[in-house]
Design a binder for this molecule. Structure first.
Ligand code: G4P
Length: 525
């Protein structure tokens, strides 16, 4: 097969949702269709149980499992599908944001009873920043839930994207009878089944009397009225609008009952984008280019303290990655040869010789890589990553074993490279501040510093509201600002100026008093 056809058959995507909407269940069902697993229940959830918030060892054990399920590749018909898993726990949201830099599209799962929830909203913002094409799956139709029209309105309003239903439910909850596939003009009757695909009733169109026989006259009439309304309100589905990230097709179903999932998958492989051109700082890189290039979007540490090794997950952007070839690590300028790159197929890790654009290759890493690093055949390319977001929690990190200062500093550096948290150094007192998106990271860092680096630390509270990156062309304004808030000035790891605001009020006052200074809440601007 030519490179071009290998590329065009690839679909690399992530499933995202608020915890409990059904992401794990849907992932499993997709694997079931791909023949990657044979019975439901085979995928170990990397979902972090809500009860485990203080027992982070348990969480890491669960996260350990997720190395295998981090990328799930399988073939479905002529397509090669890669599902990139994302952690369900919101304290690991940064991991999810970064994974979204490596996908070409996204499926969002929404619970029909709960509608759009916080985490969904946040993840959608990240998709919007990158114009990632999005398909929405409204799940749990077998349970009582909200009116589907209400759900559509909410999706449009809350996710700030136009929607177009491509399937439509006939009742929901106890009276749920099935879905009408608007895209293919077929009717699927609901039979709860956790393992098998339900049968399809072929119909000519919406006026076909077979529908009345299948669901009863009243429901058939209601369905016709609904479809009429949908056709009147929503414009025809336009695939280019979807590919531009402007329009989200919506499907209804029940992941647990394997219902509506095949329709979703069949439509997904047809319309979802294959690997697309990627913007590097220097130029646009297209997947069909001959020379290999790729970037690290995730680093997964081995939790075994005796083997401090990691796996760097590299998304191939162009060319073909080949085992034992020499590639350039652009940040260091050094070249490396990888003799044991791994592919991720159906939960198994195996050594692979060639990796195509869209695929993810796992490279053993003993401290070479940092999130966002680019690897190329020779060219100096820098792929634009996803910005780091302003952390939401802050603590001073203090060394409690002065004999191990070096180990502590090395440990902090490496954990920051892995993207576990962000480090700022306060310019006033020179103390190190760690910023995270969740409480759990502090426990993770403390534990890992001790077990992997033999360093001990303690956390001290600091009252901060937000860290924001600041810049200005006006040097006088900048120095006046720094003078005024000198106690709250810090630098990040790249040496950029960061303002540590201790309250929303202080931040607003600063913005008001210093209009010539720009305040950024993400690290890329
Ligand atoms: P997540 O990864 O998004 O966090 O969600 P997950 O798939 O784990 O699903 C959350 C809960 O919702 C699970 O129940 C799952 O069985 C259930 N669920 C998923 N899809 C459907 C559906 O279509 N209908 C119904 N009725 N339930 C669904 P749980 O009791 O929390 O977990 P488990 O013990 O079943 O694993």
């Amino acid at each position: 097969m030519s490179n071009e056809s290998e590329i065009s058959r690839r679909r690399t995507f992530a499933i995202i949702s608020h915890p409990d909407a059904g992401k794990t269940t849907l992932t499993e069902k997709l694997l079931l269709f791909g023949g990657a697993i044979h019975v439901a229940g085979a995928v170990k959830s990397n979902k972090i149980k809500k009860t485990a918030t203080s027992d982070w060892m348990e969480i890491e054990k669960q996260r350990g499992i997720s190395v295998a399920t981090s990328v799930m590749g399988f073939n479905y018909g002529d397509y090669k599908i890669n599902i990139l898993d994302t952690p369900g726990h919101q304290d690991f949201a940064e991991d999810t944001y970064r994974t979204l830099t490596a996908v070409d599209s996204v499926i969002i799962v929404v619970d029909v009873a709960k509608g759009v929830e916080t985490q969904t909203r946040k993840l959608m913002e990240v998709c919007r920043m990158r114009n990632t094409p999005v398909i929405i799956f409204v799940n749990k139709l077998d349970r009582e839930g909200r009116d589907p029209f209400d759900i559509l309105d909410e999706l449009e309003k809350e996710l700030k994207i136009s929607v177009r239903p491509l399937s439509w439910p006939i009742n929901i909850g106890a009276k749920f009878k099935g879905v009408y596939n608007i895209y293919e003009h077929s009717l699927n009757l609901f039979q709860p089944d956790k393992q098998h695909v339900t049968d399809r009733v072929e119909i000519d169109d919406i006026i076909d009397h077979t529908i009345d026989d299948a669901v009863g006259e009243d429901d058939a009439a209601q369905l016709r009225a609904d479809i009429d309304l949908i056709d009147g309100v929503y414009p025809e589905f336009d695939v280019t609008e979807y590919l531009d990230g402007q329009l989200a097709p919506v499907f209804f179903g029940s992941a647990l009952n394997t219902f509506g999932v095949k329709e979703l998958l069949d439509c997904f492989v047809r319309i979802a984008p294959s690997p697309r051109a990627v913007q590097a700082e220097e130029r646009i890189v297209t997947p069909t280019e001959e020379p290999f290039s790729g970037f690290v979007f995730k680093i997964h540490a081995n939790m075994d303290p005796n083997h401090r090794s990691c796996i760097a997950f590299v998304k191939v952007c162009s060319g073909v990655f080949r085992r034992n070839e020499t590639y350039k690590h652009v940040r260091s300028g050094k070249t490396y040869r990888f003799s044991a790159p791994t592919a991720f197929m159906a939960q198994k890790k195996e050594i692979i010789d060639e990796v195509y654009p869209g695929d993810i290759v796992g490279l053993p890493d003993n401290g070479i890589f940092k999130i966002g690093d680019t690897i190329t055949e020779s060219e100096d390319l820098h792929f634009k990553g996803l910005p780091s977001f302003s952390p939401e929690m802050f603590k001073y990190i203090e060394n409690t074993d002065p004999m191990k200062t070096k180990q502590l500093n090395k440990g902090i550096e490496q954990l920051m490279d892995e993207g576990v948290a962000q480090l700022f150094v306060n310019q006033f007192n020179n103390r190190k501040i760690i910023g995270t998106v969740g409480q759990l990271q502090f426990e993770v860092i403390q534990y890992r510093l001790l077990h992997e680096y033999g360093a001990q630390c303690r956390w001290e509270p600091i009252n901060l509201y937000k860290a924001c990156w600041i810049e200005s062309e006006d040097e006088d304004a900048m120095s006046a600002f720094k003078k005024r808030i000198y106690q709250f000035m810090a630098v990040d790891r790249e040496g950029r100026d960061v303002f540590l605001a201790d309250s929303n009020y202080v931040l607003q006052m600063a913005q008001q008093d210093f209009p010539k200074i720009r305040f950024h809440f993400t690290s890329e601007f």
